[in-house]
Structure formats: C-alpha cells, structure tokens
Design a protein around this ligand. Structure first.
Ligand code: 6PG
Length: 240
C-alpha cells in the first residue's frame, strides 16, 4: 500500500487538490480501460468537489458512479447522499442514467436493501463471493468521531468480512455502507477531511497504536492500492 498525507492551506486549496487528484485517476485509468468506477462519500465536505466535477469535460459515458454509504431515507430527502450528489453534480452533466448506481432505500428492511446492492455490485463487476469488487476510486470522509462511510465506532458493521454491503447505524438510524473489506480492495482510496473538529480523531488515526474500533478510519488501508489523506490546515497542520 502506498499512503500519502497532504495538508493544504485551506478548504479551497483542499478541494482544488482533490479535484486534480480525482481527474488524474480518471484520465490515467481511462487511458488503460474502457470505464472508471467511483464510489462517493456523503457529508458536507465533498459537495464543492462534486460541484467542480460538474464542469469538467470528461467522457461521462465511461464513468460509473456508486455510493459508499447512504442514509436510509428517500432519494428526495434532505439527508440523502444521492440527492446531494445529484444536485451538486450528476444532474448537471450528460451522464447516462445507467451509469448512476444509487443505493436502494425503498425496502421496508434495510438489510434487504443492503443485500440488493451487494448483489448489484457483484453482478455488475462480475465478481462472486468470497472475492470483492475492485473499485478504481473510493472517496471517503471522516467524522469527528473517526468514522468513515457509515462505519461507526463500536458497531457490528466494523466486523462484517463476508459481504460488500452492510447496515450501519448512527443514533439508532440505519444506514447502508460499504464494508471494510470492500473498501480495502480499491485501487485508490481518497479521504478528504477539513476543519479543526477533525484533529482529535486524526491524531488517533495517524498514531502508531490506537483502537480501530474506536476510530474506524484506522481500518482503511488498501493493501494493493493507494491511500491518500487530503486535509486542510485546520484539520491536519500538525501531521506534516
Ligand atoms: O453519509 C455520510 O455522512 C458520510 O459518508 C460520512 O462518512 C461523512 O463522510 C463524514 O461524516 C464526514 O462528514 P463531513 O464531510 O460533513 O464532515
């Protein structure tokens, strides 16, 4: 695994660097293959990145967009990660509808929805259990508590090792999430984190010793892939 931590002067520089890196990954991959697979993070940090991507002259017919986690709400709910990405980016570009792969949130039981998306990923990538699909790029954020995707501290989702998708839980509310083994199969994982509030968790995550179940982002280290941590100075100035 190649790991790179870069601290940018401010949020604007962080988004500019994130955009440059995402574009680099897309263009170099499409030089070698016919399509590019990206899984999106939710939360607030990546929204300006998605807005910036909407003005990029890319061959969207070759790009397939998935989500790394989703709140278990309807696609038009204000908390929906799908809604955020569509408004900021996907509704603004000529991407084929078939290239957008939202997590289903219409099943009465979130576990059924998790299985549906798991099945969809395995079918689309042509990968059967026990192997895992290999994403070209997975974008991740990190919560103040060190969670990533919807892999929250001390939850059962952290230990799921035989599935691509499981049900996470925050404050009693279900969420669909990529599992740790799926994320760690990726060719490239990019964490994007900003703000002073991230510092305590980052100290725990970057320390040589720490509890991964208290700080789940510690669990993300793709053995055959690249791992980038892109931080603004408010979050990461003491790490480099
Ligand atoms: O659905 C979500 O909320 C995200 O996937 C989650 O993991 C997010 O990335 C972090 O909570 C950071 O959120 P911010 O970017 O808002 O700090």
């Amino acid at each position: 695994m190649q790991k790179l931590v870069e601290v940018l002067a401010d949020k604007q520089a962080l988004i500019a660097k994130s955009l440059a890196l995402v574009l680099e990954k897309i263009t170099t991959s499409l030089d070698q293959q016919d399509y590019f697979t990206i899984a999106l993070s939710g939360g607030s940090t990546p929204k300006p990145l998605y807005e910036a991507l909407s003005s990029q002259p890319l061959d969207w017919s070759k790009i397939h967009v998935f989500w790394g986690d989703e709140r278990y709400v309807s696609p038009d709910h204000p908390d929906s990660n799908q809604r955020m990405a569509r408004l900021a980016w996907l509704d603004r570009i000529p991407i084929p509808a078939a290239n957008i792969h939202p997590m289903p949130t219409d099943e009465p039981d979130p576990h059924l929805a998790a299985q549906k998306y798991d099945d969809h990923l395995r079918q689309w990538f042509g990968v059967n259990s026990p192997d895992f699909p290999v994403f070209d790029l997975i974008l991740l954020g990190m919560g103040d508590d060190g969670h990533t995707a919807s892999l929250f501290p001390h939850t059962a989702a952290l230990t799921v090792s035989d599935r691509c998708i499981t049900v996470g839980e925050k404050d009693g509310n279900p969420r669909l999430t990529f599992t740790v083994p799926l994320i760690n199969q990726a060719r490239c994982v990019i964490f994007i984190a900003a703000g002073e509030s991230k510092r305590p968790a980052l100290h725990q995550i970057f320390s040589a010793y720490g509890d991964s179940f208290s700080y789940p982002s510690r669990l993300i280290h793709p053995p055959a892939g690249e791992l980038y941590w892109l931080l603004d100075a408010a979050a990461g100035s003491s790490f480099v």
